[in-house]
Design a protein around this ligand. Sequence first.
Ligand SMILES: C[C@H](N)C(=O)N[C@H](CCC(=O)O)C(=O)O
Ligand SMILES: [Mg+2]
Length: 366
Amino acid sequence: MLIEQIDCYVLTVPLVTPFKTALRTVEQVQDLVVAIRSAGFTGYGEAAPTLVITGESLASMYFVVEQVLKPRLLGKSLLDFNQLLNIVQTSVIGNTSAKAAVEIALYDLKAQFAGLPLYQLLGGGPVELSTNLTISVNATATMNEDAQKAVALGYQQLKLKVGTDLQQDIERVIAVSRAVPAGIALRLDVNQGWTAKQSIYALSKIEQAGVELELVEQPVKAQDLAGLKAVTAAIHTPVMADESAFSPQQVIQLLEQQAADIINIKLMKTGGISKAILTAQIAGLYQVPCMMGCMLESAISVAAAAHLASALSPLVSKFDLDGPTLCRFNPCQGGTVFDRSQIVLNSSPGLGIQHIGHLQSVTTLL
Ligand SMILES: C[C@H](N)C(=O)N[C@H](CCC(=O)O)C(=O)O
Ligand SMILES: [Mg+2]
């Protein structure tokens, strides 16, 4: 059970429509795929280059996997699993998405060796999850239309991106809430687009208009803990930390200061599965619920997030795992099924991925 080979590839998948947030507009997923081979098995992982959130690019992630982690992992035994995780977590500071790709591939391998689907290796849980759909920030009429289409497709929860213009944002949210049927849960993601004062103003206006949001995600800058705390204290709508919550230490700080009501856990921020488990357990100690979220990722790493979310139930009770549905196609054969809002975990060992299409050599792109 020695690690024999670690290979990196680039996966490119166009999105159904451009993905627009307060931070960026993206038209395709272009992620690093890591394949780790041992004893005839292959474990897969994936990392999304989200420069504006994690500070990582395809080139930086490739460097970390190829030059930093690979030489330290090759030849090591999968039976020393915790030692492998320690190598991944301590060989380099930051670079959380690169670490996540390697950890996901290691966990996929471990589950395959055990003959168990990943969620069972992690403790077991429900096989079906329901994700929200993200509605990109656009003109109000477009967001209304997109939200109505999503509801017609069966989505029960929508995540509205705002944070580009305060007045317009207020109008967007009120308009969409009136355009969709009662009972559809609305989540707002500001992606750091407002100040604390603007957040309190906008959310008070939205609340006064009778709109009941399920939550508001990351209204202020990632580093503005005082601002996040002020918003959490001032408004009725639950506040979820996303860009402010990468490491378990940051989550402890947030929860000690009562600066957020919910934590958004993403494998690309925690550096993979091991720290995501720790983060959910910490939030559980504070009786704070978690969402399992994703970046622009395909069905490889989002499948890992879904398996983990299932195993972390009920600590994780909300799901923003729509990366694969935002993609034009699923490059994976086998594995978790992503059908609009419905996610069905594979019962085959590991992540159940038999083959990944559309992979390119990293060197052709870098
Ligand atoms: C794709 C997911 N629904 C989402 O909205 N994630 C964003 C970050 C995505 C990105 O810019 O890659 C988030 O929760 O902020
Ligand atoms: Mg977010």
